[in-house]
Ligand binder design. Structure first.
Ligand code: NAD
Ligand code: DAU
Length: 339
């Protein structure tokens, strides 16, 4: 049986990836390594039984020794999601971003080399390319030019993977994706924050003039792109993944208000994010040609499914807002799952 180690599997994209693997590749054994920061939520995986095909290990990926001891089995491949992921937090304090995103990635590379893995997919972001004006798209050849501590730490991690490929013939593959949305996204990010605030008739804070543009992708489509990269990607290659769905933040927020039937008067303009990137847009033709990457749904359908999910699962995000989700690990799993 193939054993795939997933880092950050209790987060937004990692947990959606594990659900997708259970559906699409039930024969794969998954080892999920996650330290459970504020963004890690095991409630995202409550329907995935701990059995021969799924194991959870609570461990910090920046702690080489602890991870080496905890992972006491043969690992065939790695998909590396674990990261500090929120730009605003990185502007407040970059230290956790450097520890997890930079040191943690080097630790994962070192351990993956010791495990002699066949493939290592490093899940990165379009933010490493910086910001676009009104025209143009990021290609895999666009120079890296990050503007926030978060994107700088992700760019550093990409370069560490690249260096391992060149130095050690490491089987590293890098994916760079645009903005994801869908179930289980932590309600600090634009779409879930706006849905939850609108539901509670709270103000919807728009940074600056709301004209910044993001390219939105349904999280399952990103996860499928990662699976394709794992199965068909070539070591040393970078694959851009995107939703082909560019929208201003204002357009996204207005669409959310319409779908939950709340007034636009809830919109509140607030001080802009420092160094706020104006526009991201991805050319993913290389991944389409080489991997067969595609999108299954458009933004209209994806937003409808997302809004429905947040309305049907209000207790999930209410438990985050109250902090109750943090007790899940101790109550359901005990103190040490590496036993
Ligand atoms: P997230 O913040 O929701 O989840 C991150 C997960 O990593 C959490 O479960 C957290 O507990 C875990 N983690 C953090 N530090 C850790 C550490 N030191 N050791 C072990 N686990 C740790 O993030 P996400 O939005 O799911 O993003 C996942 C990956 O995808 C990140 O690498 C991010 O850069 C990348 N990405 C995200 C997006 C997006 O739109 N969200 C787009 C492109 C790429
Ligand atoms: O592009 C991929 C990236 O997308 C990922 O690498 C990051 O991990 C992920 O967090 C996301 O980064 P963004 O900064 O684009 O996402 P965020 O949801 O924080 O913000 C989206 C846009 O909405 C951005 O222009 C800032 C704006 N915004 C955000 C929040 C939280 C607001 O106007 N108000 C808000 O309250």
């Amino acid at each position: 049986m193939t054993t795939l180690l997933v880092t950050g599997g209790a987060g937004f994209i990692g947990s959606n990836f594990i659900h997708l693997l259970r559906r699409e590749r039930p024969e794969i054994r998954i080892v999920n390594v996650d330290v459970l920061t504020y963004a890690g939520n095991l409630e995202n995986l409550k329907d995935v039984p701990l059995d021969d095909h799924y194991r959870f290990i609570r461990c910090d990926i920046a702690d080489n020794q602890a991870l080496k001891e905890a992972v006491d089995e043969k690992i065939d491949a790695v998909v590396h999601f674990a990261a500090e992921s929120h730009v605003d937090r990185s502007i407040e304090d970059a230290s956790a971003f450097l520890r997890t995103n930079v040191i943690g990635t080097q630790v994962m590379i070192d351990l993956a080399r010791a495990w002699d893995v066949e493939k290592f997919v490093h899940v990165s972001t379009d933010e490493v390319y910086g910001s676009l004006g009104d025209e143009g798209l990021f290609t895999e050849e666009t120079p890296i030019s990050p503007n926030s501590p978060y994107s700088a730490s992700k760019a550093a991690s990409d370069l560490l993977v690249r260096a391992a490929v060149e130095t050690h013939q490491f089987p590293g593959i890098i994916t760079r994706c645009s903005n994801n949305y869908g179930p289980y996204q932590f309600p600090e990010k634009l779409i879930p924050l706006m849905i939850s605030n609108a539901t509670e008739d709270k103000p919807l804070p728009i940074y600056g003039d709301g004209m910044n543009v993001r390219d939105w992708i349904w999280v399952d489509d990103h996860c499928m792109g990662i699976l394709l990269a794992l199965e068909k990607g070539k070591p040393g290659h970078v694959y851009n993944l995107g939703g082909k769905s560019e929208l201003t933040n204002m357009a996204v927020v207005k669409a959310i208000l319409k779908s939950v039937d709340k007034p636009e008067s809830l919109i509140t303009f607030v001080t802009d994010r420092k160094g706020h990137d104006q526009r991201y847009a991805i050319d993913c033709s290389y991944a389409e040609k080489e991997l067969g990457f595609d999108r299954s749904i458009d933004f209209e359908e994806g937003l409808k499914r997302t809004v429905d999910w947040y309305l049907e699962n209000e207790s999930w995000w209410q438990r985050i807002k109250t902090g109750a989700y943090l007790e899940y690990y101790d109550r359901h799993y005990g103190k040490d799952l590496s036993e």
